[in-house]
Design a protein around this ligand. Sequence first.
Ligand code: PBG
Length: 305
Amino acid sequence: MVAETNMGVQNLIYPLFIEDGKGVKREITSLPRNYRWSLDLILPEIEECANAGLDKFVLFPAVSESLKDPIASYSYADENFYLHAIRAIKERFPHIELMSDVAMDPYSSDGHDGLMQNGRILNDETLPILAKMAIAQAQAGIDILGPSDMMDGRIGFLRDALDSEGFQEVSIMSYTAKYASAFYGPFRDALDSAPKTGDKKGYQMNPANKREAIIEAKLDEAEGADILMVKPAICYLDVIQTLRETTNLPITAYNVSGECAMIYAASANGWLNYEQSMAEMLLSIRRAGADGILTYFAKDFALNA
Ligand code: PBG
């Protein structure tokens, strides 16, 4: 009765990694308990999660190096296995909520989220590429787009592009306050998507800044975002709380790969109790004010719930 916060499977979004091919279930070295799946094996995995009450997923593509180029053209190519997978998953499980990643890095030979020229990111020239990617994902049947690129003005640009193509009902969960964080390491290992040169500090936020998150939130809200995200979660609980007090939109927080990896590693060594520390971490994100949490713990939490 006196618990101020609750944490349930309905609050969770499960990130899954998919690659082309058949019969693939490859554990990610720096993110144990998580895998790169091929479509044939991800379908039963999603079914198992759905049976445990977990019905929201975000899908990330691992693209082979030979398909990457400077303009990320594979991201909207007809033969793109990721788009095919979105179609197949939504056909098989129409009632799950499927979310995507919109950014150039999985498809870019530079490994950056935006278009790179002479060592610089071209913000405005990136937007039409993101829009092509977004429309291709909408055509494939995605429910919620997740622009994770941090280019300025992309939410309004994507909203306009979607609306003019007849996709008024596709929602946007904006990576609103995405920090240039060291905690994305295992994710980049999972997708082989680390930047080839430089870092992402030109477009991702400075971990020193909180007021800037409010500026980003107001822009995204005005541009038409449906959900605002803070990422990472654990080092940024104060940012989640501040945005909760700033906006009436739903807020999600991304409990990123490095945050989960710490608990996997410590519990594998017997230094932490896995279930308890995971549950406490998730509860703290809810207490800070997040409605939803993207977390690699989602399935284990659901199975324990
Ligand atoms: C890139 C993207 C990243 C993550 C989600 N989308 C990594 C990055 O910005 O380099 C990280 C998620 C995680 O660490 O779990 N568009």
